[in-house]
Design a protein around this ligand. Structure first.
Ligand code: 5GP
Ligand code: MN
Length: 337
């Protein structure tokens, strides 16, 4: 953590302020966990805080205390506009390009408030006044804890904030297994448990709480996945009909992209989901294959080396054909041992 940035942040937060905290579209565990954890901490400091996201978060995160107060642009655009207008400080968490928050991004670009970024994705944009960017950090939630600590205000992180941050770290590290999980991650986790995060309950709430429909969807995806041994990769797709058959709810497709990587020789997995007018794509890899680079180059997306996402407006089958057509470019890299 850069000392000058921490000092600047500390002085920004010295007096009571109106604060807007926002995280990315289709928020995941780290997005909601970091935004709520940071928001609660700021409230405990005495600030007036609004936490916002562009659209709905998955049901499996709804148990997080304070998630019911998140203001969604998709439901309450006027309230979001008003909060941004009145804000003196805006915190952008777990994303680093304003395009990732749709219309909220246009409003923030024009806002007079001081802007602070806290994020761990590659290649941050230059819009913030203060940037906390650590691409080696496993999660934004870990960074939030480290910032609270560097501000010397750990006592203002209550059990609810600790549970939210724990959730973010757990989900972004694949339950502490991805290579970004370090001794520092485990130190932070230890602090969060000491501060009241109930680790076992959080695991149950996130992972052992699914519907039968969701489990059937996983079965369908595993039965229909296409494996391409030549590229050591697999493709899974979910079309509009599957949405009906498996009664797909927000968050139900999350994590399915990881299953192919549990196979010995598969190092790259792509998951395509057909939505109303767009196809959402998730990429995962194990080892050195850089899915962020591929997502940026061909699917208007980004993320991390081992986890990235993108979109396509070409339709499901065409998007898959496009990926297949670029695979030869990556054949050597995918077969590197
Ligand atoms: P997921 O596949 O779970 O949606 O996302 C994996 C990672 O890639 C996350 O860190 C997420 O923030 C990032 N990501 C997902 N979709 C996009 C996208 O369309 N653009 C960019 N820049 N990043 C994305
Ligand atoms: Mn994250």
């Amino acid at each position: 953590m850069n000392n000058t940035d921490i000092k600047q942040l500390a002085s920004l937060l010295e007096k009571k302020k109106k604060i807007f905290v926002v995280t990315h579209k289709n928020p995941d565990g780290d997005a909601i966990g970091s935004a709520i954890g940071w928001g609660r901490f700021l409230k405990n400091m005495g600030h007036e805080v609004t936490v916002s996201a562009p659209n709905e978060f998955p049901n499996f995160l709804a148990w997080i205390e304070g998630s019911e107060n998140i203001v969604l642009y998709s439901k309450e655009a006027d309230k979001v506009k008003q909060s941004i207008d009145q804000a003196e400080v805006i915190f952008c968490l777990d994303f680093n390009a304003l395009q990732r928050i749709d219309e909220t991004g246009d409003l923030i670009a024009k806002a007079k408030a001081k802007k602070v970024l806290i994020d761990h994705h590659q290649q941050p944009e230059a819009f913030p006044d203060i940037t906390f960017s650590d691409t080696s950090a496993c999660s934004t939630s870990q960074m939030v804890f480290e910032i609270i600590e560097a501000l010397g205000k750990k006592e203002l992180m209550d059990a609810g904030a600790a549970a939210a941050l724990y959730t973010g770290i757990m989900t972004d590290t694949g339950s502490f297994k991805f290579p970004c999980t370090t001794a520092e991650t485990h130190r932070v986790i230890s602090e969060l448990i000491k501060a009241g995060a109930n680790n076992s309950e959080i695991h149950l709430a996130i992972y052992d709480n699914q519907s039968i429909d969701r489990l059937a969807l996983v079965g369908h995806c595993l039965n229909t996945m296409e494996v391409m041994p030549q590229y050591r990769m697999a493709i899974i797709k979910v079309n509009k009909k599957d949405h009906q058959t498996y009664n797909i709810q927000k968050g139900d497709t999350e994590g399915i992209v990881n299953y192919p990587l549990s196979v010995k020789d598969i190092v790259f997995s792509a998951f395509f989901r057909e939505d109303k007018d767009l196809v959402k794509i998730s990429f995962r890899s194990k080892g050195s294959f850089d899915v962020n680079a591929l997502a940026r180059k061909y699917f208007n997306g980004g993320g991390h080396i081992n986890a990235a996402g993108g979109i396509s407006s070409d339709g499901l089958e065409k998007a898959i054909v496009k990926l297949k057509s670029v695979l030869p470019e990556y054949e050597k890299e995918l077969n590197k041992k």
